[in-house]
Design a protein around this ligand. Sequence first.
Ligand code: PHE
Length: 337
Amino acid sequence: MTLQEIESTKTAALSEIAAASTADAVEQLRVKYAGRNGLVPAMMKGLRDVPPADKPAFGQALNALRVAISAALDGRKAAAAQGGGSRDAFDFSLPGSWRGVGSIHPISEVIEEATRIFAQLGFTVADGPDIETEFNNFDALNTAKHHPSRDARDTFWLGPERLLRTQTSPVQIRAMLAKKPPVRIINPGRCYRRDTTDATHAANFHQIEGLFVDTAPVSLADLKSTLSHFAREMMGQSVKVRFRPHYFPFTEPSVEVDLTCHVCKGKGCAVCKQSGWIEILGAGIVDTRVFRNVGYDEDCYGYAFGMGVERIAMIKHGITDLRLLYTGDLRYLRNFL
Ligand code: PHE
């Protein structure tokens, strides 16, 4: 044992103790250095073999080593108990780091709210893929071979019989092929059309499909009451609902449904093209030919509807340009938190 050894043991011990960040680590170092079989007591025993003339100097050095280590251990133990010690301790005076709090996008909000409303009426959520067959998207829905919506200028074709669905209506077919009546389903999902993007159109948008089939008679009155109830729950009791005759290949009779314009409250403005109304969905009584195409009895009864999610979000929040829903600009979307 030399005086230098004592000194270097001290340096090593103090730096190890300073690096200990947990109470456990401090305790391990206490055992290593100051414990009964630790390094310091062992060196103390070695004092016996030191020549008498050197004893005072060695005694002093060893004592200083013992005191320094025990003070360092005590200090470190207290710091570790307070949560990591002074080097790692949390500084409460620093400015906080901000993590953006997420919120529901207006499109998801409409889908969630519609799902809730229809769930109360006994509808469950059905599913279907974005890539569809020509049969499900057109043929089974009684769409004529020459119908313009099949044109490659309107539909994204992926192959001879594969396409990006142009509507959520193919989910009607999937639901009926999977199950006999009664059927009560809704399907929120993405649709694709080769539309040029403008304030009210996008090539990629959302619809919510609904299908109700039963073996007992179902009439246009049932459809009207269901959709009127939905509109009032979604938009508030004061909203007015208008049903207009229309044509769809898979429903007969067919209607289009309008709500009072949110901007002018029905007086007429640029958003509703001076009509006071905004169209939000197509609907009708399921055509018997569709039942035939899915192998249902022809004495089934049913109604179906398909609504535009973006349109509803726009009316609900007074959004005048659909593109704002897709830019992902948080400064804008935060308005709807
Ligand atoms: N699929 C039609 C459309 O996209 C809407 C619709 C759905 C009409 C169900 C009638 C019944 O325009």
